[in-house]
Structure formats: structure tokens, C-alpha cells
Design a protein around this ligand. Structure first.
Ligand code: ZN
Length: 217
């Protein structure tokens, strides 16, 4: 059976989404999670290019630098596939381990001491040590940024919220393939998970030092 076109081009109204201008988070209880900012998603030559992802590099870089200054625990997720991954039937081949497209974009290269977690599914918590890492470090808040908004970002934010971490999501640091997907992400985060959407990364302030040390780049 093929799908009809009943909903094609349907216009819907976005419900009110509360947006915070400024939040202050205790650096010791907060982790920054940067989702899948890899060449295949972010760069035009990538295999699953999200055109709006490039303009999020700069805000994410500013937030990352702030996290580094305040010694905030930082986790990069890295979408990772091997041959015959069932996801390839949906999206085509992408982020094959070891390929250029799999690598995190140069602008956001993790430094020594930052955590990189390879994940095989949309959800950054699925089959990874993220929950354990957050828990043993007394983390209560997660700031989730990256791409793709309604896919890996939302599934990771959802998984965090379902484990009772408080989710913060700056609007200028996530990207989606279209506006609908972008706004539904913000809607889910605020309405379903009682997370906090913040207007820009500059509205996120870390209080004190988190004690997460880094080496050199
Ligand atoms: Zn994937």
C-alpha cells in the first residue's frame, strides 16, 4: 500500500513554546552534550548534509569554550556505523567508522580529557556509558546541542529527560532538515520533558568551576 497525499503541504500552527533568555547552571552539576557534529552531517560534501548545521558551528564553539573555561564535563557523541547497518536502508550510507564523514568537524575537535562516545542509534544513551558517566559525576543538568534536531538530538535529550536529568537546549545550536522538524523538537523538549529552551548559547551561564580538567588540544 502506498501512502496518500492527504497531508501534503498542510499548514499547522506551532503551539506556544516557552523560551528563556538567560539561565545560570551550576558548572559542577552540568554536562554539555554535543551531538553528532560530524562532517557527513555538517559539511556540504557530507553524505547526509543538513544545510542549517553549518551556522550552528560557531555558537556551539562559543558554548564549548565557555564549558572549557568553567571545567564543565563535555561529551561528544559520534554517530558510528559499520557495514550492513540497518540504518543505511533509511538514510543511505553515512558516518562509516574511520571515514572522513565520520570525523567530528575540525572547528569542534575534542581536546584531551573530553569524552567522545560512539553510538550506533539515534539515542546517545542506547548501548553507551553516558548515563553512568553523568551519574557518577553528580550531573543534574544536560545542555544538549548538535544535529539532527528531531533525530539524534531529540532522542538523546528524551533519553536524558526520562532519566530525570534536566534538559537545556539553546535554539541557535541545533539544526534540522526543515522548520517543522526544528520546532517540533523544541515543542517536545519543553512540553513533554519540561526541559528549557534557551534563545541563544550566550544566554547560558555556568556558575563556578565544574572540576572537569582538560589537557592540550
Ligand atoms: Zn546514523
Amino acid at each position: 500500500m502506498t501512502g496518500g497525499r492527504l497531508l501534503q503541504g498542510l499548514t499547522v500552527r506551532v503551539p506556544d513554546i516557552p523560551v528563556s533568555e538567560h539561565v545560570v547552571l551550576d558548572a559542577a552539576e552540568t554536562a554539555l552534550i554535543i551531538v553528532d557534529m560530524q562532517n557527513d552531517f555538517v559539511k556540504p560534501q557530507g553524505r547526509l548534509y543538513v544545510p542549517s548545521a553549518e551556522k550552528t558551528i560557531e555558537p556551539i564553539r562559543r558554548l564549548l569554550e565557555k564549558a572549557r573555561r568553567h571545567e564543565v564535563m563535555t561529551i561528544f557523541t559520534q554517530d558510528t556505523h559499520y557495514q550492513r547497518d540497518p540504518e543505511f536502508e533509511i538514510w543511505g550510507e553515512h558516518v562509516v567508522k574511520g571515514s572522513w564523514g565520520w570525523r567530528i568537524v575540525n572547528e569542534l575537535t575534542p581536546v584531551e580529557g573530553e569524552i567522545v562516545v560512539e553510538k550506533t542509534r539515534y539515542d546517545g544513551f542506547y548501548g553507551t556509558p553516558i548515563d553512568d558517566l553523568l551519574r557518577v559525576n553528580g550531573i543534574k543538568n544536560v545542555v544538549v546541542v548538535g544535529t539532527v534536531a528531531n533525530i539524534c538530538v531529540l532522542h538523546t535529550a528524551s533519553s536524558a529527560a526520562l532519566r530525570w536529568y534536566r534538559v537545556y537546549m539553546p535554539m541557535d545550536a541545533i539544526s534540522a532538515l526543515n522548520e517543522f522538524d526544528y520546532y517540533l523538537t523544541l515543542r517536545q523538549v519543553t512540553f513533554l520533558y519540561k526541559g528549557v529552551v534557551v534563545k541563544t548559547v550566550d544566554g547560558i551561564e555556568f556558575r563556578g568551576k565544574g572540576g572537569w580538567k582538560r589537557g592540550q588540544a
